[in-house]
Design a protein around this ligand. Structure first.
Ligand SMILES: C[S@@+](CC[C@H](N)C(=O)[O-])C[C@H]1O[C@@H](n2cnc3c(N)ncnc32)[C@H](O)[C@@H]1O
Length: 277
């Protein structure tokens, strides 16, 4: 047990993977769904008034009259898709949280919304020239390793029709400016975020070259078994994100501060990128 813990508390190699599920874990996904659905809790989704503004803006820059066939990658329980459907888009939403996709499907049925929800890892999509608009919202692109980001950008490019748009957001370096490496821990005496019964959480932050940081959680359950969840984040500058999308073949690159279309400013924590195939 101690040897295992020593192993987990050492700084991992860049982009070393988690040992268990995060979004699709039976227990964690309950808390995440609650967070998505809470209108004022900026955790799994942004606050709902932000999402409303975001949808209005997306409809301006890529209206359903010209960009009707839409793919939402990491759609969660459908916070964007349910709104965009009402604006006239034909929508496919993909997510690998079973709980979120099941919730989205139930709600679509209740509301009589014909949305195609798919439980799938978006790294495995294989569409060719099918969509007018692809969105990937709430900074999920930058949790991927260098090679996975390259693969995903290529898949998104291929999935778009010529002239189709891709809208996504990332964190800037500003988000990580004051964050230092650290280690801390806590005991949860009963059910908590990570486990349905008592557990210990050893939390670490590690900083890497290339503007990458890792939030690592080692969760020790009541039987002494340890799971490790690693959430990686890359921070971007305008230049670094422009280079990546250009390498994938995109052009007409517009940069905003966020997904409501706020003009870009240097101290913004996020950046929204709109590119065209
Ligand atoms: C931060 S949440 C954002 C959800 C949604 N875009 C929103 O803003 O409300 C990220 C979502 O992406 C999903 N996700 C993360 N990685 C994924 C992958 N490789 N394939 C499919 N879904 C993924 C998670 O299950 C989660 O629902």
């Amino acid at each position: 047990m101690l040897n295992e813990l020593f192993k987990y508390l050492k700084k991992p190699d860049l982009y070393e993977q988690s040992t268990s599920e995060f979004w699709d874990d039976e227990h964690i996904s309950k808390g995440m769904l609650e967070a998505h659905l809470n209108p004022n809790w900026e955790a799994a989704s942004r606050c709902h008034d932000f999402i409303d503004k975001s949808v209005e803006w997306i409809c301006k820059i890529a209206p359903s009259s010209t960009n009707r066939i839409l793919l939402d990658l990491g759609c969660g329980p459908g916070m964007y898709t349910e709104r965009l459907y009402n604006k006239g888009y034909i929508i496919t939403g993909i997510d690998y949280s079973k709980r979120s996709i099941n919730y989205a499907k139930e709600k679509a049925q209740e509301r009589n919304q014909d949305i195609n929800y798919i439980y799938k890892n978006y790294m495995e999509i294989d569409y060719k020239n099918e969509f007018d608009l692809v969105i990937l919202i709430y900074c999920d692109f930058a949790v991927l390793s260098d090679s996975n980001r390259e693969v995903l950008l290529k898949k998104i490019y291929d999935s778009l029709k010529p002239g189709g748009k891709f809208v996504f957001d990332v964190f800037t370096l500003k988000e990580f400016e004051d964050k230092k490496e650290n280690k801390t821990w806590y005991i949860s005496e009963e059910s908590g975020f990570w486990k349905p019964e008592k557990h210990i959480c050893l939390e670490s932050r590690f900083i890497y070259e290339g503007d990458v940081s890792l939030e690592q959680y080692v969760i020790i359950d009541k039987d002494g078994k340890a799971d490790v969840i690693r959430n990686w984040f890359k921070g971007y500058t305008k230049d670094t994100i422009i280079n990546e999308v250009k390498r994938a073949g995109f052009h007409k690159i517009d940069i905003y501060s966020d997904v409501t279309g706020k003009a870009y400013f240097d101290t913004s924590n996020t950046m929204c990128i709109v590119v065209e195939k």
